[in-house]
Ligand binder design. Sequence first.
Ligand code: 7TS
Length: 406
Amino acid sequence: MNAKEIKKQFPILDQNVNGNPLVYLDSAATSQKPLKVIEALDDYYRRYNSNVHRGVHTLGTLATDGYEGAREKVRNFIGANSIEEIVFTRGTTTALNLVASSYARANLKEGDEIVISMMEHHSNIIPWQQVAKATGATLKYFPLQPDGTLDLAEVEKTITENTKIVSVMHVSNVLGTINPIKEIAEIAHRNGAIMVVDGAQSTPHMKVDVKDLDCDFFAFSGHKMGGPTGIGALYGKKHLLEKMEPIEFGGEMIDFVGLQDSTWKELPWKFEGGTPIIAGAIGLGAAIDFLEEVGLDHVLKHEHELADYAMERLSEIDGLKIFGPKKRAGVVTFNLDDVHPHDVATVLDAEGIAVRAGHHCAQPLMKWLEVTATARASFYLYNTKEDVDALVTGLVKTKEYFGDVF
Ligand code: 7TS
């Protein structure tokens, strides 16, 4: 399937916004959903909506099969050893918070170090700040090179024998940088630390193999990969998850409940208290089926081509500054002269072009870039070169408009 055929699978993209055909360039915030996912959700609610893991009735069995079947799809999709290593969560944020609140609080003490990078999303910063405050551990940062990449020599220098946790994003939601996770994990392990990966921006766009990366935890969100909102997963190595305490207690996650004490179910259910995100998981399973049909290699190649094309076309615009490295995923972050990014996004919106403007939940990175905000175009499998052309035309109009104003 080429991008135009793929686009037809996403009904939302076939509409006019403000009188112009929609050009959706905000997939790093959330992706659009293919028919396959919409139909899977519709089918679940029309035909077999029911709670899971509890009754023997037919609809309950179908719902349980759908929910647990989706877990197996996630396991296979990211190359985990067993479904015990796949915990469904609300998304990346919840997954990273689970590692921080359970694993990190139980294992860190004063003098220990957590190391993250200067390009992290707030979801991979604040949970560690909270752990550091609670345990007395120190939070350190890998510095960035001028082009917004990590330097492995600096990684080597920053990680010490006191480092217990290294947590890094696989792909930057701002710069598009693809980080060398496998190499960083090797350095972390050599120093006795565990490796946590924020996979929010990689899982939708490239083949992820958690065993090949040799990470200890890997977090991602379904809504950025064609799935519904409210579902994601945490992969964790079994021996680590086994030793971790749940952080949510209640129905579903227990084995036996006494008056004073209770015991937990086995993995992964001990971490899934309460009625789980059944429809979300089934929708995520359908998104995985869709991505596997298209092929992740194709998705990555297509996005690299689009990013290269966008960089080339955008560089034609005088006064447009692009942030981040040359070799990047399908994310292009930029500023246009002195025009505020919110104004850029507003003018583009009038043309039917959706981009994000703001700090992209990466304020430390914004500070490093010496800006308060940027505009960002992010691509997915349904975007075409025509979308990039529309962006360029829209930006030229923006420039003319503000050129007249100033
Ligand atoms: N990590 C990264 C790298 C992200 O890009 C995001 C969301 C998250 C974590 C949080 O994911 P959530 O699903 O738990 O919210 N990033 C963006 C973005 O770039 N624009 O809006 C959300």
